[in-house]
Structure formats: C-alpha cells, structure tokens
Ligand binder design. Structure first.
Ligand SMILES: [Zn+2]
Length: 143
C-alpha cells in the first residue's frame, strides 16, 4: 500500500473534516454507534482516502464536546468471546435538529467560511456561530 504523509496543516484540516462527518453520522444514527460502526460508516461514505485507525478515531470522537458516551454494546468476536464496546451519540439535549450541529460546533472543527462567521460568545468566551441570540446555543441550552 502506498502511504502519503500529510503535512501538519493537512492533518488538521482532515481531522476537522472527520470530526464534522462523525457528528453528522451520529446525529443520523438511532441511539448512537460504536467506534467500529462509525469507522465503517466513514468508509462507506467514501469521504476519506484513508480510514482513521481505531485509536485516532477515539481521539477524534472524544475531543468533541458535541459527542457523548451513552452506554455500551455487547459485541461478539469471531472467537466467540463477547466484549463491551462504548456507544457514542451526539448530545441530544444540545443538538435537537440538524441546524444545531453547526451552531454548537467547536471552532477547531469549522470550515473556513464558518470560521469567518464565528463570533465570541459573551458567556462561555468560545468562538461559535451565533444567530439572532445574545449567547451561543450551548449556553442557551445549558441553563
Ligand atoms: Zn456560549
């Protein structure tokens, strides 16, 4: 297999693209997914030339506050053993409809044009897309 080393800037761009895709995949799921289900889905969507490894996927998922752990799934391995895999989902209290994904997105995950629209939330001091409200959606929903 040919392996292309990405420059640090491309790695950051690719990671933020992956994090955005992961949030959308989980949002479309029914009750969350395990890491390997997310990985399969990323691959099916054909968004990425190289699928992330389990450990890099773990880092991508856990670095985003839009995603939470919701439980465990029992998975049977080919050798007959059963393991417990963590199930992740979007924070459904925070993200109630598809538009909420962009409104709660961390600055590091935003596209260039989103970054240009982002403003600093006066409450949490984070850079967020804020529409016609005084604070970001996460602050509004965490009252
Ligand atoms: Zn805020």
């Amino acid at each position: 297999m040919k392996y292309h080393r990405l420059s640090p800037l491309n790695v950051a761009k690719n990671n933020s693209r992956l994090r955005r895709a992961i949030v959308r995949i989980l949002f479309a799921s029914d009750g969350g997914m395990t890491r390997s289900e997310v990985s399969t889905k990323l691959h099916e969507l054909g968004l990425f030339r190289e699928a992330p490894t389990e450990s890099s996927l773990a880092a991508l998922i856990s670095k985003n506050a839009q995603v939470i752990k919701v439980g465990y799934a029992k998975v049977e391995l080919s050798n007959g053993l059963t393991v417990r895999n963590m199930v992740f989902d979007v924070d459904r209290n925070l993200i109630r409809c598809e538009e909420d994904i962009e409104l709660t997105m961390p600055y590091s995950c935003m596209t260039k044009s989103m970054k240009e629209q982002a403003q600093r939330c006066p409450t949490c001091r984070q850079m967020r897309i804020i529409e016609d409200t005084d604070e970001c959606l996460a602050c509004l929903r965490r009252v």
